[in-house]
Design a protein around this ligand. Sequence first.
Ligand code: AMP
Length: 336
Amino acid sequence: METVLKNYDLGKLNIVTIASHSSLQILRGIKRYGLGTVAVAKPGLGWFYRRFSFIDRVIEVDLSNLEQLANDLVKDNSILIPHGSYVEYVGWRRALSMPIPTFGNRYLIEWEADQRKKMRLLEYAGIPIPKSFNEPALVDRPVIVKLSGAKGGRGYFIAKDAADLASKLSGVNVGDDYIIQEYVIGVPAYYHYFGSKVYDRVELFGMDLRYESNVDGRTFNLTEPTFVVVGNIPVVLRESLLPIVQKYGEDFSRAVSELVPPGMIGPYSLESIIKDDLSIVVFEFSGRIVAGTNVYMGVGSPYSVLYFNEPMDMGERIAHEIVNAAKMGKLNEVLT
Ligand code: AMP
């Protein structure tokens, strides 16, 4: 990456992302900072992204061929911004070896893909996590079972006690890997952080609630929840909760610096349940931008004004970091 970057014309940077997830927010923010914008769309989807004048170029390609574009993109001084759909479409192995300088710490994608490693990293950070059960018979409370490879909550199921669990596990294929985790009761809240190399700090940049089809929709207890996210809702927390949310964000960043060099760069998220006693249990992280940041597209999150005295969305925040890192001669520090 360092050698590739040496040949880059920093006055002509292009920012590339996969046309999905948070790409509109990212590319709009990037264009406001004067950089070039490229959307790589799945076949049949390009027409939608061509509707937006802030996207300079839409490339339509089967994403199994993304690597074939790499040479041209690198010649065009491109930086790739990863997001949830990128990780889902290309998978962690390809993401690790994608020959395009990537904003953020791409090595985290591997940790994120593995439920056990993911929980280990949170535990190492000293952040409270749900209790795990290795032995189904020892389950003494409601649990959620997470099959590995489950996406966006699809493939999870809940069981109210050990007997319910035993009956539901009998339907799981032998050899399927899964974790059994305490089902924490409370409000699911997702925190958006930004790890800045330019300012050497962790910013608490926003938060959202998820709206999940048959958890929050009109289900009248008629169906089992599958946790499929259909949208996100902006939220602000009681101010008294902010110090602990900030602390967990910083603890996580420190743990990443120690276990997954070069540490936390750019947007990331901790996903939590806030319990009735107002304690916070974190069940998941995302080491890149989360789609919940889209709720602040164009308007900025209320927390962003605390750092910049003006509202900023996560796309603009990424652009601000890239432009300033380039000016300071430390673009290499925000890319992997
Ligand atoms: P995830 O795919 O890990 O983001 O989880 C999907 C959804 O499952 C979350 O939005 C929560 O509603 C729910 N969930 C996951 N883990 C837990 C847990 N340990 N306790 C309660 N709810 C959970």
